[in-house]
Design a protein around this ligand. Structure first.
Ligand code: ATP
Ligand code: MG
Length: 258
């Protein structure tokens, strides 16, 4: 239960560097809600952990930032759990196979991703939040919605599907220009990803050209959803350290229940 008063955090005794005992900061709980109908039988009051989402395009630096945040949070005594797209043990392999074969219609692929999300939600995100963990999500429902919106799917339908999602405590959207993204992706993988270049949509036969067109449409949709979902836009073109310092500062406020 949250402690009343002016203290930023509720602190419980633990080992301290000065006395051999350290103060472990316990996140201050804040009310949780679902975007829509939610998951039946979930007691929102019991979700005392924090859900922090890092969004951003392919190669925007999400993994780099999350790895540092995990180190920092765990170093401060917070248990963390990571989730992301295509990580559900139930369907991730089948989803990857279906993508390789490019055999699914937009709606079937969309529902496949929704299943991947729902499985992680029920089996990882909600139990971890109930246990007071910091849940770090490498992308969330916004990427899934944006990808589908770019492919012409109905926004109301998507909002209804993802009404099962809990509203995160913070969403950070790393912005990096499409030109920078191309460079980073080439540096990392020596190629561009077929889907992240929107090759299935048919903008251009040239993957580079298609990547630039597709990523700017994705960016436009993100900016459009920003007013509804309130992402915090983080300039991802600075150094890894600068970006991480900003994220840490903002997450400290989340931990303090602000
Ligand atoms: N702030 C930064 N400045 C320059 N390069 C960066 C920065 N952050 C990450 N990179 C580099 O860009 C590449 C992509 O970074 P990273 O893998 O963290 O991105 P990602 O968003 O997780 O990508 P993916 O979508 O492939 O999972 C890596 O080679 C990484 O070293
Ligand atoms: Mg990554």
């Amino acid at each position: 239960m949250a402690r009343k008063g002016t203290a930023k955090y509720r602190a419980v005794p633990g080992p301290s560097p000065m006395s051999g005992r350290r103060v472990v900061v316990v996140p201050r709980p804040t009310p949780k809600r679902f975007y829509g109908h939610g998951i039946p039988g979930v007691d929102l009051e019991k979700l005392t952990g924090k859900l922090v989402v890092i969004e951003g395009a392919d190669g925007s630096g999400r993994s780099t930032q999350i790895a540092r945040l995990v180190q920092w949070l765990e170093g401060c005594g917070h248990a963390t759990v990571q989730v992301g797209l295509k990580r559900s043990t139930l369907v991730s392999e089948e989803l990857e196979r279906a993508k390789q074969g490019n055999i699914l219609s937009h709606i079937t692929l969309s529902l496949f991703y929704a299943t991947d999300f729902a499985d992680q939600l029920e089996n990882i995100i909600l139990p971890a939040l109930k246990a007071g963990f910091m849940v770090l999500a490498d992308r969330y429902i916004y990427t899934l919605m944006v990808r589908d919106l770019v492919r012409g799917m109905d926004e109301a339908w998507l909002k209804n599907v993802y009404g099962i999602a809990p509203v995160p405590d913070a969403v950070f959207y790393l912005t990096v220009s499409p030109e920078q993204l191309v460079q980073r992706n080439f540096q990392k993988n020596h190629t561009l990803d077929y889907w992240e270049s929107g090759m299935d949509v048919g903008f251009s036969r040239d993957m580079f050209d298609s990547f630039l067109q597709y990523q700017s449409l994705v960016e436009q949709q993100f900016r459009r959803l920003q007013s509804t979902y309130g992402f915090t836009i983080v300039n991802g073109e600075r150094s890894v350290e600068e970006i991480n310092a900003e994220l840490q500062e903002r997450i400290e406020r989340v931990l303090a229940g602000k």
